[in-house]
Design a protein around this ligand. Structure first.
Ligand code: SF4
Ligand code: SF4
Length: 248
């Protein structure tokens, strides 16, 4: 009889089990990350990181636990933490400033998030979904949040207090003494050349590949926006050349 691959999973759960090979592949991606050895040097299990971690105060989350899972190469535990816990970190790096081993639990979490995205984990898709509008805004305008995006529908995870910002938006914006911020669409103008350069950086660094893994539809929309902007830029360059020739 063929030997079955070793798997983990709760016998009463309806969730699919995960093959040992997959767990090893995920850990390999984490531990071979260029920053891994810089962020992890050992662990005393002292809990100083958790004691100073703001996220640990509010969520079922402990940087000490994350570091211990990685340090002891607990593959099942690492996979489990990547289903939810790693998304609780606020990336404030208080832990890194306190750890006697000079570890950076926040940095390790960042690596685990990258790997979760690379593997198209559901947790990554779910967490990043509310930010799809922000990403499209960044790609198409070079701006992040425009005032008209701050609504409780767009950011359900921000809680009901978002409506306090949302409600008197026009008045609030006018109260900010920066003329360029008095807009409901974009906060500032971004040069076309800068946008094109950003696209090149995102392509070269794999950001767009990651986007394709977690949200294929958004990736397609983003590709269309980028193609359009690139065409616009080419046309602008041609016009400049023609103007230069006319002047000569
Ligand atoms: S990561 Fe550092 S601060 Fe946290 S438990 Fe380990 S040794 Fe202590
Ligand atoms: S970086 Fe993350 S793990 Fe570290 S203290 Fe901040 S919230 Fe906690």
């Amino acid at each position: 009889m063929a030997q079955q691959a070793a798997v983990i999973g709760d016998p009463v759960s309806t969730e699919p089990v995960v093959a040992r090979e997959k767990l090893e592949e995920i850990f390999e991606d984490i531990s071979s990350h260029i920053l891994y050895d810089h962020e992890l040097h050992g662990c005393l299990n002292c809990g100083i990181c958790t004691a100073t971690c703001p996220s640990a105060q509010y969520y079922d989350y402990s940087p000490r636990e994350i570091v211990q899972l990685l340090w002891t190469e607990n593959l099942e535990g690492i996979y489990d933490a990547m289903q939810e816990k790693i998304w609780a970190c606020a990336q404030c790096y208080t832990c890194a400033a306190r750890c006697p081993f000079e570890n950076s639990p926040g940095g390790l979490v960042m690596i685990m998030r990258e790997v979760a995205i690379k593997h198209g984990m559901e947790s990554a898709k779910e967490v990043l979904r509310p930010f799809s509008r922000v990403l499209l805004k960044v790609i198409s305008t070079g701006n992040q949040l425009a005032p008209n995006m701050i609504t409780k529908e767009a950011f359900p995870d921000w809680g009901p207090n978002v409506s306090k910002v949302d409600a008197p938006l026009n008045i609030l914006r006018k109260a900010i003494p920066v003329p360029t911020m008095h807009t409901m669409d974009t906060a500032w103008e971004v040069n076309l050349k800068t946008s094109i350069e950003l696209y090149t950086i995102w392509e070269a660094t794999g950001v767009l590949d990651q986007l394709e893994t977690v949200d294929e539809n958004l990736f397609d929309v983003v590709q269309d926006v980028m193609d359009e902007k690139r065409e616009e830029y080419e046309e602008w360059l041609e016009e400049q050349e023609e103007d230069d020739e006319d002047e000569d």
